[in-house]
Design a protein around this ligand. Structure first.
Ligand code: NAP
Length: 227
């Protein structure tokens, strides 16, 4: 497969970090971001100048705009992966503080849209490219104590399918359910039992080839990483 330019958010740990490792192992060029300056410095050190890593809070439209301008000056991505996400601390909806609800909406919904706003016009201008928005099993079903997270991922499903209707032929936008993987996020809701699920590196070996094969035929389809 020819080397692709890949933009991915949330690369400091968990699924994003594991995807970076796998994308680069397969000779693709990655532009990634996360809030953790320490993790970004470590990624720069590990992968050198062919890929780029920046400290960006996707919830901040101006930061995303500046990041996109720098990345697009080096090339237009063939693949845009909106992976960055947060989950509320497990609690019944009426006990979730307003500011915590805001963070889930700001990162998971508005952050995804900020990234789309600043990268997708260049992809449309070039007439090709794939947008993968990370959803969840909880974007298609629900569970107690994670209502804010469920609401944000149901929103991702809806806005991605609407976006798919807007894209020109030759492009695709899909919501992707990654499955259940042992990351910090899973530990926050499953506790120690998260350890019985796949680790991110093993998951990325399945997920990355699956993501790289997504094309215009899949536009608007609700996809899941094969288990
Ligand atoms: N793990 C699962 O079983 C599972 C299941 C279904 C869906 N998902 C989805 O998969 C994606 C990755 O989840 P994960 O399990 O890998 O979570 P994680 O281990 O908690 O990692 C989340 C990543 O997102 C980044 N991030 C969070 N807020 C950000 C912001 N405002 N700006 C930029 N980056 C931000 C974090 O980096 P910083 O903190 O450094 O910013 C981190 O790199 C999420 O969208 C999640 O909803 C995961």
């Amino acid at each position: 497969m020819a080397s692709k330019q890949i933009v991915i958010t949330g690369v400091s740990r968990g699924l994003g970090r594991a995807m970076v490792e796998e994308f680069i192992a397969q000779d693709h060029v990655v532009a990634g971001c996360a809030r953790s300056a320490e993790a970004v410095a470590e990624l720069r050190e590990r992968f050198g100048p062919s890929s780029s890593f920046d400290v960006v809070d996707v919830a901040d439209d101006r930061q995303v705009q500046a990041w996109a301008a720098g990345v697009l000056a080096r090339g237009v991505p063939e693949l845009l992966v909106n992976n960055a996400g947060v989950i509320n601390r497990s609690a019944p909806l009426w006990q979730v503080p307003a500011d915590e609800f805001d963070v889930v909406v700001d990162v998971n919904i508005k952050g995804t849209v900020n990234v789309i706003r600043h990268f997708v016009p260049a992809m449309i201008e070039r007439g090709r490219g794939v947008i993968v928005n990370f959803s969840s099993g909880w974007g298609r079903s629900v569970a107690a104590e994670v209502a804010p997270y469920c609401a944000s991922k149901w929103a991702i499903e809806g806005l991605t399918q609407a976006l798919a209707e807007e894209l020109p032929q030759g492009m695709a936008a899909v919501p992707l359910n990654p499955g259940i993987i042992d990351t910090d996020m899973l530990r926050s809701c499953f506790g120690e039992s998260a350890a019985s699920y796949s680790d991110p590196a093993a998951w990325a070996k399945r997920a990355v080839p699956f993501i790289l094969k997504i094309g215009p035929k899949e536009n608007g389809r609700q996809l899941s990483v094969p288990g």
